[in-house]
Design a protein. Structure first.
Length: 354
């Protein structure tokens, strides 16, 4: 069946399947705009409730196109919706407009500014190189994950705060409710594979570190935390590159001359294209933190800045010439009044100026 026919049937059949599971629901068709993606969806809301679940219809149709029987697509979708409705986070819906309550739930995430350009038009954000820092309310946690809400311009206006106030409060609160973690790559591999299988690396020889938050969800936002860069520089003992592994974590690599920015960027692009889901991609670029100058920037900007500094050191002659010209000009300006005075005196005596 074609997509439009699928959508009509799918809405009716999902409603019926949920009724069999004891859920009396209202279904509405929407266009969902999420960070890094947008899609046709249906919102499924139990009668008498103001909280529902969104279901991606494009994803369901793709499964059908790829050979999954229609009945199985409906059954699987209904089971997912039922599970989410049974685990809806518990919170006071009325408090959503009370900023004094909600600001304690503010967290920060970083996303690609280019990939989310349309979304960012309606979302308060702060630019961070070619990324954007956005704000999310972490409402509750349950077995189904985090119940969160992305802060939009409309919600911010309901709160009655400015973007500057929102950012200031998020900067204070995010590190408290979702603290950053920086672990050596060998330690992370040990947690994933079991300590018996993990590579044994002396902490002093560790070159790569993973930065994220405890639940590993949208943890790349830690790079926007105050003092994160400075603390990371202490742990890595100096300058480092920041590799955007995904929106969930970043990899920090010591800048010790073993790898260039171009090599790291080529690696990022390859991994993004082959191993990272589109909705989880951050950017294809590599960043650098200069621990001496306290500057976070794109790696190519860092290299250009360093090249400019080196060029200035190698060619002091130009500066010396300019200094000489400036000195001569100052001398001339000081001598000019004396010369004029001397000419005036000579002429008054009937002589010629010397």
């Amino acid at each position: 069946m074609i997509y439009e026919e699928f959508k009509g049937n799918f809405k009716d059949d999902i409603k019926e399947a949920l009724a069999d599971k004891g859920f009396d629901v209202t279904i509405k068709e929407n266009r969902t705009e999420k960070l890094n993606e947008s899609f046709d969806s249906i919102s499924v809301t139990p009668e008498g409730s103001r909280i529902g679940v969104n279901l991606n219809m494009e994803s369901a149709y793709k499964a059908y196109e790829n050979g999954t029987p229609y009945e199985d697509v409906v059954t699987k979708a209904a089971e997912a919706v039922a599970s989410n409705l049974e685990n809806v986070p518990e919170f006071d819906i009325e408090s959503l407009t009370d900023y004094s309550v909600m600001k304690e739930k503010l967290s920060m995430e970083v996303v690609s500014a280019e990939r989310n350009a349309e979304m960012l038009e309606s979302v308060p954000h702060k630019q961070m190189e070619d990324m954007a820092v956005v704000y999310r309310l972490v409402l509750d946690k349950n077995n189904a994950g985090n119940g969160t809400i992305l802060v939009t311009n409309d919600l911010m206006e309901q709160f009655g705060v400015t973007p500057e106030q929102l950012h200031e409060d998020a900067v204070k609160n995010a590190p408290e409710i979702r603290p950053s973690e920086i672990k050596g790559m060998s330690e992370v591999l040990g947690e994933m594979m079991g300590n018996d299988m993990a590579p044994i690396i002396d902490p002093a020889d560790e070159q790569m570190f993973v930065a994220t938050v405890p639940d590993k969800v949208h943890g790349a936002g830690v790079i926007a935390y105050p003092d994160f860069m400075e603390n990371a520089a202490v742990k890595l003992e100096g300058d480092f590159y920041v590799i955007p592994s995904s929106v969930h974590e970043v990899i920090l690599v010591k800048d010790n001359g073993q790898m260039t920015a171009d090599q790291l960027e080529a690696m990022v692009k390859d991994v993004n294209a082959t191993q990272v889901a589109p909705e989880d991609r951050l950017t294809d670029h590599v960043y650098h933190y200069d621990s001496e100058a306290h500057i976070f920037e794109m790696a190519d900007k860092y290299e250009q800045r360093m090249a400019g500094i080196d060029a200035e050191k190698e060619s002091p002659g130009k500066e010396s010439i300019l200094d000489d010209l400036k000195a001569k000009k100052e001398r001339t300006s000081k001598e000019a009044p004396h010369k004029v005075a001397k000419e005036t005196v000579n002429k008054s005596r009937g002589g010629e100026s010397l």
